[in-house]
Design a protein around this ligand. Structure first.
Ligand code: LLP
Length: 435
């Protein structure tokens, strides 16, 4: 049966969510035991998977002077950040909120890079006051504002300029960032002019180049094209007299969401590509992976509420919804959805739509998915839910944010509790005329 072969051959090598004696385990704990205590739905992270993925990408760059800056937008719970900090990770932040979270998790400021196209004056001030390794600059206006703030604060701001290399990352259009039509970076054709301006501006220190062409890339070619352009640009800018000591190559390496059809390149192959394209430049290499580190390090555990037989289709109605995991609704993305009880080989599978309880048709996780028989009360797990899962959730339909739980060997801990209804309601403030 295709369904079980997949689990046995591929997914089990990638993470620490495996069937043992017919039950899904997270490391050494049965997922069902945790579900009984926490209640569903909830996100469940595996420490061993998180650290394994961090080490894999770090080792892929061994031999190069390099640093891994975890793109914490993918999942920013303090427990996740602290786990990665203990591994030696730096952080890529895109807001003052992320900066504050990184500092709270114990990241040294000289291991924080600040990305993003809309850094505000307050955000820049906060990072300059607290300390920062570099700002990845996205426009001339931002560069000028940063310079004036650095002058005011009597400090120097280290910068790279994010280059838009006009390369198609061949990923979903909503997460593609390196084409000329995208809002990101400075066109490569304007790079020399912009670097010249940067050197004229007071209190800026040009230290490198930054590029990030998109997320969930499943082939290496777009990286190769982009990095070659950055290598050529490095030579040109050095000839112009600029100090190019660091290359921030962004994140974006994809993970296998669909165990049947996706085989993204291995981190080791990506590492070889980096060495081949920019390894000769004697630059410190920085990368900003998010999904690659945390994507496969969590599952979303949910319970079947009902099975509904429709005229044309059958529906599996879960207690998780699009507010908990927006990716399928937003990017038509695939997540493997597996039962917590390992399906028996002799079970017939059937096509079914897997949906949440929210009042819109978009609240659909999977259409015509081949599933073994399930009944109300059964538990299922969405695989590869660690990246852009919890962080993109909302309280739509006044559904409380779901808990985050972390496993470490034979221990587990709630790392974000389910709020009470009062917690949710009491954030609203009644104006005096309604009291
Ligand atoms: N660096 C920059 C400047 C970025 O904008 C991003 C992601 C990353 C690094 C990390 O990319 P990763 O290694 O995780 O692919 N919500 C979408 C993904 C948005 C990605 C945004 N930028 C999703 O659920 O697929």
């Amino acid at each position: 049966m295709q369904y079980c072969i997949t689990l046995g051959e591929k997914l089990q090598e990638m993470d620490h969510f495996k069937y043992q004696d017919g039950k899904l385990f997270a490391e050494k704990l049965a997922v069902e035991t945790i579900a009984d205590e926490i209640g569903t739905p909830f996100y469940l992270y595996s420490t061993a998977t998180l650290t394994h993925h961090y080490r894999t990408i770090d080792e892929a760059l061994a031999g190069l002077r390099h640093c891994v800056f975890y793109a914490m937008k993918a999942a920013s719970n303090q427990a996740i950040l602290k786990t990665l900090v203990a591994e030696g990770a730096g952080m890529d932040v895109v807001s003052s909120g992320e900066y504050a979270r990184a500092i709270a998790a114990g990241v040294s400021p000289d291991k924080i890079v600040f990305s993003g196209i809309g850094k505000t004056k307050e955000e820049i001030q906060m990072a300059l006051a607290g300390g920062i390794r570099q700002f990845n600059i996205e426009s001339e206006t931002e560069m000028k504002l940063l310079s004036s703030i650095a002058v005011e604060m009597k400090t120097t701001a280290p910068i790279t300029v994010r280059i838009n290399p006009d390369v198609d990352a061949k990923t979903h259009e909503k997460i593609s960032t390196g084409k000329a039509e995208n809002k990101f970076g400075i066109p490569i054709s304007r790079a020399r002019a912009v670097y010249a301006i940067a050197t004229e501006l007071p209190n800026l220190e040009v230290i490198g180049i930054d590029v990030h062409i998109g997320s969930q890339l499943t082939t290496l070619e777009p990286f190769e094209t982009a990095y070659k352009k950055i290598a050529d640009l490095t030579t040109v800018l050095r000839n112009d007299g600029h100090k190019i000591e660091r290359l921030d190559l962004g994140g974006g390496l994809g993970i296998p969401y669909n165990s049947l059809s996706e085989t993204p390149p291995l981190p080791s192959k990506y590492g070889e590509l980096v060495k081949r394209t920019v390894g000769h430049l004697d630059c410190e290499i920085e990368i900003e992976p998010g999904r690659l580190i945390v994507g496969n390090a969590a599952i979303l555990v949910s319970k079947v509420i009902y099975i509904k037989s429709g005229e044309e289709r059958n529906f599996l109605i879960l207690d998780a919804a699009m507010n908990d995991l927006i990716r399928p609704a937003m990017y038509d993305s695939w997540h493997d959805i597996i039962p917590i009880n390992e399906p028996l080989a002799e079970h017939e599978t059937a096509h079914i739509d897997i949906v949440g309880p929210i009042c819109e048709t978009g609240d659909t996780f999977a259409r015509q998915r081949l599933m073994p028989p399930l009944i109300s009360g059964d538990l299922v797990a969405f695989r590869s839910a660690g990246a852009y899962g919890a962080v993109m959730s909302s309280e739509y339909n006044s559904r409380r944010l779901i808990p985050e739980v972390m496993v470490n060997g034979d221990q587990f801990a709630i790392i974000r509790a389910r709020p009470t209804f009062d917690d949710m309601i009491n954030r609203d403030i009644i104006p005096k005329w309604l009291k």
